[in-house]
Design a protein around this ligand. Structure first.
Ligand SMILES: [Zn+2]
Ligand SMILES: [Zn+2]
Length: 167
C-alpha cells in the first residue's frame, strides 16, 4: 500500500482498498489466509511527518487447538497507526511493511473455533462439541473403586480416603 505524497491536501486523504495476501509473506501452514488484506485509512501530512490511522482486516483459516476443526477467523487491527518522518523529496510512502507487521501481530496465537470449545475427549477422541461420550463417567467410577485399596489415584481419590478414615 503506497501513498502518493505529491500535492497532498491539507485536510488529509482517505484510502480504502486491499493488498494481496502475499504481502504478509507467511509460510506457516497453520495460517491459511482466505481474503486479501483490507484497509480503510486516513492519512495526513503534518509538517515533516506523515500520520496514518485507521483499520486493517483480513480473514484467516485456522485449526482449533482444542478440537482440531478447521474454522475461519477475522483478524483485525482496529487502531492501525503509522507516524513517519518524510523528506520533502519523497514522492511516495510505502506502508506495506506496516500493514504486514501489524496484521501478523494480530494473528491469534492459540486459535479456537469458539471461546467455549469443549475440545476432544482425551480417551476416545470424540469431539465434545458434537456429542458427549461416557469416558468421563467411566473414569469417575474407576476412581471410586480405587478408594480404600491404598493405590494412589487422583488428588480427589486421596481426599475421598481421608473422608472415609474420619467416619
Ligand atoms: Zn474447537
Ligand atoms: Zn471419550
Amino acid at each position: 500500500m503506497k501513498i502518493n505524497l505529491r500535492n497532498f491536501p491539507a485536510e488529509g486523504r482517505d484510502f480504502e482498498g486491499e493488498d494481496p495476501v502475499d504481502i504478509l509473506d507467511v509460510s506457516d501452514p497453520e495460517y491459511r489466509f482466505e481474503s486479501p488484506v483490507h484497509y480503510r485509512l486516513h492519512a495526513q501530512v503534518l509538517g515533516h511527518a506523515l500520520v496514518v490511522t485507521g483499520r486493517v482486516w483480513t480473514r484467516l483459516g485456522v485449526t482449533c487447538v482444542r478440537c482440531l476443526k478447521d474454522c475461519e477467523q477475522a483478524v483485525e487491527v482496529r487502531d492501525f497507526v503509522v507516524h513517519r518522518e518524510i523528506a520533502p523529496t519523497e514522492d511516495f510512502a510505502d506502508l506495506t511493511e506496516n500493514l504486514r507487521e501489524d496484521t501478523l501481530l494480530a494473528l491469534p496465537q492459540n486459535p479456537l473455533c469458539s471461546k467455549d470449545c469443549r475440545g476432544l475427549c482425551p480417551v476416545c477422541g470424540q469431539n465434545l462439541n458434537e456429542r458427549t461420550c461416557s469416558c468421563a463417567n467411566q473414569a469417575a467410577s474407576a476412581d471410586s473403586q480405587r478408594v480404600g485399596d491404598g493405590s494412589t489415584g487422583t488428588p480427589w481419590s486421596a481426599l475421598d480416603r481421608i473422608r472415609i478414615t474420619r467416619k
